[in-house]
Design a protein around this ligand. Structure first.
Ligand SMILES: Cc1cc2nc3c(=O)[nH]c(=O)nc-3n(C[C@H](O)[C@H](O)[C@H](O)COP(=O)(O)O)c2cc1C
Length: 178
């Protein structure tokens, strides 16, 4: 299957997750490529899409929303898998781990699968406003990405890839950790 993996990422860590997902899909025999949402001009030729985003203030980033706006009609006929990258270190500082907008995005594109991965927070990469925001909320700093979980989930996606059939959408997400 030809698969597009596209993830909105402000500071790069979610883009790295997308690259690994594409690597795993390729290692499982799929023709997968990772492209940032803003650089995607067409979905022609793709059988399936893995769409992700870093989570900021409880929501997906703008480029991921714009991707859905631009391609909602095309996505409705493809298998769509979604992932969020946000919670850092199992913190309770950001209690609402499921982004508030994901259920709506899933519904628009007929996605039936969404998982949440732990993310990375490097204070040195943040601007002044973001640094103040994470200080106020008390978000822990560090790289909490669990590559084993990401690789395992990508393997499950590889197994699920197949001809598109209508499905009942699943609840909007679960934290994916093995
Ligand atoms: C200003 C700011 C706000 C954030 N808000 C949330 C949030 O609401 N929920 C969450 O789970 N993670 C939140 N995070 C953590 C990020 O989602 C996490 O660091 C993610 O891995 C960043 O992805 P990126 O490097 O691709 O931009 C926030 C981080 C920053 C810097």
């Amino acid at each position: 299957m030809k698969v597009l993996v596209s993830a909105a990422s402000r500071h790069g860590s979610t883009a790295e997750l997308a690259a690994v997902v594409a690597d795993v899909l390729r290692s499982r025999g799929h023709d997968a490529i990772a492209v940032p949402p803003a650089d995607v001009t067409s979905l022609a030729g793709y059988d399936a899409v893995v769409l992700g985003s870093g989570v900021y203030y409880g929501r997906w980033l703008d480029p991921a929303h714009k991707f859905v706006d631009r391609f909602a009609a095309d996505l409705a006929g493809k298998q769509v898998f979604m992932f969020s990258s946000g919670p850092v270190g199992g913190t309770t500082a950001i209690p609402d781990a499921i982004p508030t907008d994901v259920a709506g995005l899933m519904e628009r594109v007929g996605a039936f699968h969404h998982v949440i991965f732990d993310g990375k927070l490097d204070p040195n990469s943040l601007g002044l406003r973001e640094r103040m925001a994470v200080k106020v909320v008390g978000v822990p700093q560090g790289d909490f990405r669990d590559w084993y979980s990401v690789i395992k989930w990508a393997g499950e996606v590889a197994d699920e890839l197949g001809p598109w059939v209508p499905r009942t959408p699943q609840p909007s997400g679960r934290r994916y950790s093995v």
